[in-house]
Design a binder for this molecule. Structure first.
Ligand code: EPZ
Length: 426
């Protein structure tokens, strides 16, 4: 086994440098991990563009290949998937655990061939993350679903369109039922659907192949099943909403002046509003956002909500930017019950944060100091990087595999903006 398998990487960040300049956003992680499984529903080869070069995408390439699909993937250029030879319906335990979105293979394989076996997914440990609503949707479409030994087996002779009313708003369940319903007999109506941009992007991708999805972006989505899906042209996924937010927050945290190009400002409204409340300046253009910040930040209170409310994925990142604000900032994490695992690591840098259940209170401090910290999950890792950018001295961040699941070389973008940041092998 090559010794590189045991080599660890760490990021070294020397704080105190205001970010300046322009950066271009990659394609969206949470849209990519929904659109790539959807290629299995197509009846001919299809091409996806603007995919981020992240480990979740690489994991999905391996999964599609393990099912027998032919995949030609050129990172940062395109991915062409020919699903026709894919006879498989089982995803291995190892592959299922590599990412959260492995569960989308349930919906895609049910839609493709009426059969799927996937183990409980991996992903960020930020709560119990049940999938009862996904399975409820599959059963309402006519599938027989069993869970045993951590494996989920779903089988349907016929999938029949029906009304699916979710007990709670779930991005994953909404996407999974859309995938299973795309080729079902008749129309499926999802009530209490998630409205995130990546739900809309998946609907647009399915419609580009001849599906009939209406209402994506609202809480009622209608999917009229079709016999065949054909790819008429390459499909480019939307830019990453949370990477855009991370760079906006990094600009504010370092009192910099950054223009983020290739983003969709309307996806960022809730975060933009909070940055303005903090005292940052935000200028929206057609496909770019400029963030400037000069004085101290005002403490804000915010509650994470489903889209278009404040995104839970930005909570850890914005917390890192508010560690030195004046006064007390109150966070209420309404989506996941264990999404403060980054707090202990931030405290090692001198942050003053108290957590009680879903509430975290940050008491602003004058200075943060560099420390050795480790990523606990994807966005918690991004929070450590943001804190390191505004700390005195050097911060060493380890367990970078969490960050690499969702950011396409974040240190490259930050270094291009003037951050003193580099990755090294230990
Ligand atoms: C997606 O996770 C994203 N992941 C998450 O991003 C994001 O934080 C989350 O949506 C919310 O926006 C991907 O898209 C791969 P949910 P998902 O189902 O689908 C409860 C990141 O950092 N629920 O909308 O797992 C659940 O417990 C990641 O990019 C049920 O009770 O989120 C949670 O409290 C982290 N039963 C709430 O709903 C279910 O069957 C929202 O979960 C499903 C969900």
């Amino acid at each position: 086994m090559p010794d590189t398998m045991f080599m660890k990487e760490r990021m070294l960040i020397t704080g105190g440098h205001a970010l300046q300049g322009t950066v271009h956003i990659s394609g969206g992680k949470n849209t990519a991990v929904a659109v790539i499984p959807a290629t299995l529903l197509c009846d001919e080869p299809c091409t996806i563009e603007n995919l981020p070069d992240i480990s979740d995408v690489h994991a999905l390439v391996d999964i599609l290949c393990s099912l027998g699909a032919k995949v030609n993937y050129e990172p940062n250029r395109f991915m062409t998937v020919d699903p026709r030879p894919a006879e498989g319906w089982q995803v291995s335990y190892r592959d299922s655990q590599r990412l959260r979105a492995s569960y989308y293979l349930l919906g895609a394989l049910l839609g493709r061939r009426g059969q799927a076996e996937v183990y409980q997914p991996g992903g960020c440990e930020i709560g119990s993350r049940p999938i009862d609503q996904h399975l409820k949707g599959f059963r309402m479409l006519g599938a027989n679903v069993e869970q045993m030994g951590g494996r989920i087996k779903a089988k349907a002779d016929v999938l029949t369109g029906t009304d699916v009313v979710f007990d709670c708003v779930s991005v994953g369940a909404t996407i999974n039922v859309m995938l299973a319903a795309a080729k079902a007999h008749g129309t499926t109506i999802i009530y209490n659907a998630a409205k995130e941009p990546h739900v809309v992007d998946l609907a647009n991708f399915l419609n580009s192949m001849g599906c009939r999805v209406k209402g994506a972006g609202t809480d009622v989505i209608r999917i009229r099943g079709v016999e065949k899906l054909q790819s008429r042209r390459p499909y480019a996924v939307i830019p990453d909403q949370i990477e855009t937010g991370t760079l906006m927050i990094a600009a504010a945290a370092t009192h910099g002046d950054v223009t983020i190009c290739g983003c969709i400002p309307t996806h960022m409204e809730a975060l933009t509003a909070k940055l303005l409340e903090m005292g940052a300046r935000v200028e929206e253009r057609d496909d770019a956002i400029r963030v400037r910040s000069i004085g101290d930040h005002r403490a804000v209170t915010f509650k994470t909500q489903v889209y278009p409310g404040f995104p839970t994925d930005a909570q850890p990142v914005l917390m890192a930017a508010l560690l030195r604000s004046e006064g007390c900032t109150v966070f209420v994490e309404n989506i996941f019950e264990n999404r403060y695992r980054h707090v202990d690591e931030l405290s090692r840098m001198g942050a003053e944060i108290r957590v009680a259940g879903r509430v975290a209170v940050v008491n602003g401090v004058r200075t943060l100091h560099g420390a050795a910290v480790k990523c606990t999950d994807l966005r918690g890792g991004a929070a450590l990087v943001i804190a390191g950018l505004s700390a005195e001295g050097t911060t060493r961040v380890t367990e970078l595999t969490h960050i690499d699941r969702g950011y396409d070389a974040i240190e490259r973008d930050l270094a291009a903006l003037g951050a003193q940041i580099r990755r090294e092998t230990t």
